[in-house]
Design a protein around this ligand. Structure first.
Ligand SMILES: C[S@@+](CC[C@H](N)C(=O)[O-])C[C@H]1O[C@@H](n2cnc3c(N)ncnc32)[C@H](O)[C@@H]1O
Length: 227
């Protein structure tokens, strides 16, 4: 990643999106029926074959980019299998692997589209210990609401994977919306906090920190009711 400072997120939206609650409720009423992404279905099957009879507890690093955070999480949680998933071939190539799934010790990377991956993981009965979502694309235009993960139709499936979820971002409104949507689904009362230094970090986190951005972390248990 280059050393150029990164611009803060700018948006015409200055508060929670007025349609957020209605959108989340609609997604809860109707299970998402959109077709799965075929290459990601194949990737998930290859992952399951590679995992074999894996008995370790699972941790996901969703949208892992270059996979650096996956390595750090895997080091911090040696008893878990930590799976980094991203759709970008170019970013994943920075892991040093040429093909995916690729495993190194208790870290494993997969190239897949997340909304298909999460649905397949849910259908396969996965229960996570932790789920990291570090710096998802913010989609800051008001008209892009449903591209934000918390307003996307797959959001209930993502939460249903369970575990302790940590979402980090550099846009306060995204963090507040994510908290509001998750609380609505799960009946929790989580709220984002300012993020201090963390042993688990990522290239985007470093870039935003070096550019003087405020960083937010939302941590909540997805074990609570709801989904
Ligand atoms: C802003 S980057 C953050 C990367 C990394 N987590 C970090 O903090 O350095 C967002 C990442 O999410 C990935 N991404 C966005 N939408 C995705 C999707 N639908 N499926 C899989 N990956 C996705 C992008 O390819 C990108 O690597």
């Amino acid at each position: 990643m280059t050393g150029r400072p990164s611009s803060k997120v700018s948006s015409a939206q200055q508060d929670l999106h007025p349609k957020l609650a209605a959108v989340v409720d609609a997604h809860l009423r109707h299970a998402w029926q959109a077709p799965l992404h075929p290459p990601s279905v194949d990737a998930f099957a290859a992952l399951q074959a590679q995992m074999g009879e894996e008995t370790r507890t699972l941790v996901l690093d969703s949208g892992c980019g270059t996979g650096e955070s996956t390595r750090l999480i895997a080091r911090a949680m040696p008893d878990c299998l930590v799976i980094g998933v991203d759709k970008s071939r170019a970013r994943l190539a920075r892991t040093g692997a040429a093909a995916f799934p690729h495993r190194e010790g208790n870290a494993l990377w997969l190239r897949a589209e997340l909304s298909t991956f999460w649905r397949l993981a849910r259908a396969a009965g996965w229960r996570l210990r932790h789920h990291y979502l570090l710096y998802p694309n913010p989609w800051p235009k008001p008209g892009q609401l449903q591209r934000r993960w918390h307003a996307h139709p797959v959001f209930p499936e993502l939460l249903a994977l369970g575990g302790q979820l940590e979402m980090r971002c550099n846009w306060a409104i995204y963090a507040q919306e994510f908290a509001a949507a998750a609380n609505r689904v799960l009946g929790t009362r989580a709220s984002p906090r300012l993020l201090g230094e963390s042993a688990i970090t990522s290239p985007f986190e470093r870039k935003y920190r070096a550019s003087g951005h405020r960083l937010y972390s939302l941590s909540l248990s997805c074990e609570a009711g709801g989904v």
